[in-house]
Write a protein of this length. Structure first.
Length: 419
């Protein structure tokens, strides 16, 4: 991740490259800060340089704007916020149709974005295509609906109309439908920095989107060559042309998980990798915690102990394979609580839960137990029965209080070998 000093310096040198949306003064701007908190900009923004004082103050990881145009964007709150707000503060004037296409495999995201573009441009005028700076692409189309009803009804009517359009035209394509239906949704401002990857949120042409990801990425600007090289390495690793994914529930065992030397015989041109998710099967809105760290680092201990002191994690089991270190806490959490814990962590995949609604832990024949960082147990707190059984495949572990079924969700991915 880029330092706060480098973020400030980059914006001072590149502020004129920011491409504000049409009718910028009718949009609300938000910053995602280093500590995971959001900051609303209480000022109407008409020019990029008006953002500089706030950039110098907050050094944001990313800068966002509302897809909607509002009568009073400075005072705009969430739909639930009504105290202290006037009706005009929630008066929607129009709403760009935004499509957020994310996928762990950037080539898959690119193909899905292209499919959506070819369908939607027949019905909506295209405003822009942009690389999101991380895991995918943004497609933004001009609003063609005539809003003439009362304020809140406008939002509900637009959301309902788009839900119908998506179900009729885009239901077989993977993208974040929830973001497209959320009338208060925000997208990253084109021309700004995605500090987690060092990439610029860059506008693309249709011709660029048609290129394979390994060619398209060469047109993207980065803060420096180190981050550019990191993205190329990621593409070589992740864009191994995912060809098949199977999703199933399994009873944890060394053989079922592909661990401890299980037979992973593969076809000559392909190899398989298995992941378990953090979902607790049999319980609604319950998840365990996965924390991911770079291979070779020893700082994970400090991070886990800090989190345990604040959130009472209980036992945390640390694993490693050939690519990364993964810490597993079997205590169960609600989604919102888990996102809060992840935002406070140093995990390299801290935004996985908020983006995809789940986390992933790669389990294979190279996975070994590295450490048990927090050894005390909070007996009154529930642990996931299925994930505890996973731990028991590596070390004896039988917590007193558990919930969920004795199963975990397993995702098996077939990758094509390079070359």
């Amino acid at each position: 991740m880029i330092s706060k000093k480098d973020i400030k310096t980059w914006y001072l040198l590149n502020i004129n490259k920011i491409q504000l949306p049409l009718d910028s003064s009718k949009r609300q701007y938000k910053f995602l800060c280093y500590n995971g908190e959001w900051r609303k900009i209480r000022k109407q923004i008409r020019r990029p340089e008006q953002l500089l004082p706030y950039i110098e103050k907050y050094k944001p990881l990313s800068i966002y704007y509302t897809l909607g145009k509002w009568q009073n964007p400075v005072k705009l709150g969430s739909k639930r916020e009504t105290k202290g707000y006037r009706v005009s503060d929630h008066n929607l004037l129009s709403l760009d149709f935004g499509i957020d296409v994310d996928d762990p495999n950037l080539e898959v995201a690119r193909r899905n974005a292209l499919k959506i573009l070819n369908i939607m441009k027949k019905d909506y005028p295209l405003l822009y295509i942009a690389f999101s700076g991380s895991k995918g692409f943004h497609l933004v189309f001009k609003d063609t609906q005539n809003l003439s009803n009362a304020q809140i009804q406008r939002e509900e009517k637009l959301s309902d109309f788009r839900k119908i359009y998506i179900s009729q035209n885009l239901r077989d394509i993977k993208f974040d439908v929830g973001r497209s239906l959320n009338t208060r949704q925000v997208f990253k401002v084109p021309g700004t920095l995605a500090a987690k990857t060092g990439s610029v949120v860059q506008i693309l042409t249709e011709e660029q989107l048609k290129q394979p990801i390994n060619k398209l990425i060469k047109d993207i600007d980065f803060i420096d060559d180190i981050h550019r090289s990191g993205m190329f390495s990621r593409i070589q690793r992740e864009a191994k042309q995912m060809t098949r994914v199977t999703d199933s529930s399994v009873t944890p065992s060394a053989k079922n998980l592909g661990a401890k030397g299980a037979d992973l015989t593969i076809a000559p041109k392909f190899y398989f990798e298995s992941f378990i998710t953090n979902q607790v099967i049999g319980c609604k809105d319950r998840y365990v915690l996965f924390l991911h760290y770079p291979l070779g680092t020893k700082k994970y201990k400090r991070d886990i102990k800090k989190l345990d002191k604040i959130y009472r994690l209980g036992e945390v089991f640390v694993f490693k394979d050939e690519e990364e270190i993964t810490a597993v806490c079997c205590r169960t959490f609600a989604h919102r609580r888990l996102v809060k814990i992840l935002n406070a962590s140093k995990s390299t995949k801290k935004f996985e839960q908020s983006k995809f609604g789940k986390q992933f832990f790669a389990v294979n024949s190279k996975t070994i137990l590295l450490d048990v960082v927090v050894k005390h147990s909070f007996k009154s707190l529930c642990k996931s029965k299925g994930h505890s059984a996973v731990i028991n495949c590596f070390i004896k572990y039988s917590p007193e209080k558990t919930e969920g079924k004795n199963k975990v969700k397993k995702v098996k991915v077939k990758f094509k070998k390079n070359g």
